[in-house]
Design a protein around this ligand. Sequence first.
Ligand code: 5GP
Length: 190
Amino acid sequence: MELLKQRIREEGIVLNNRVLKVDGFLNHQIDPQLFKSIGKEIADRYRDAGVQRIVTIEASGIALALMAALELDVPLVFARKKKSILMVDDVYHSVVYSYTKENYDITISKKFLPAGEKVLIIDDFLASGEAAMGLAKLVKDAGDEVVGMAIAIEKSFQPGRERLENAGFRVESLVRIKEFKDNKCVFIED
Ligand code: 5GP
């Protein structure tokens, strides 16, 4: 997606050739017009997949997923990163192993993940694939089918895509980063 690439080129900050910060338009301050285009792009890629629900993870996935959910006209539910003690029996639960931060629990209330639906998983970044695999587990535990995953920014030099594809998932990334070189992004061209 050229528009997103352009914003990353102009405003993205690469730290230590390792992490891309996109706080100016995606992860902290949000550009609504850009998000509208992202939502449309995701929806276009999955328009014929029969998506009935979108699942994402708080916090950065929510705004992206909302725009896609509006386009596809389906409900959206986001996984919470900390389980609430009050609702422990009523949630689907998974653990996400983080290489950069501490491991965390993700939960979705069972009442917001009814069985038998086709679900699209959305997230902002794909790196090791841990977050996406954790979300897929929740969806499968609910008795739903993962029809695919849509990611805004894929770090293709990390094993996430391969892991997800090996697990049988369709992965659509709007922008794919081949490498970080001198703290700049080198993209895989479409
Ligand atoms: P994974 O679970 O695939 O290793 O990583 C995905 C999650 O890690 C995303 O939800 C995102 O929050 C975070 N993440 C991974 N790499 C980056 C990065 O380069 N920049 C930012 N801003 N977040 C990242």
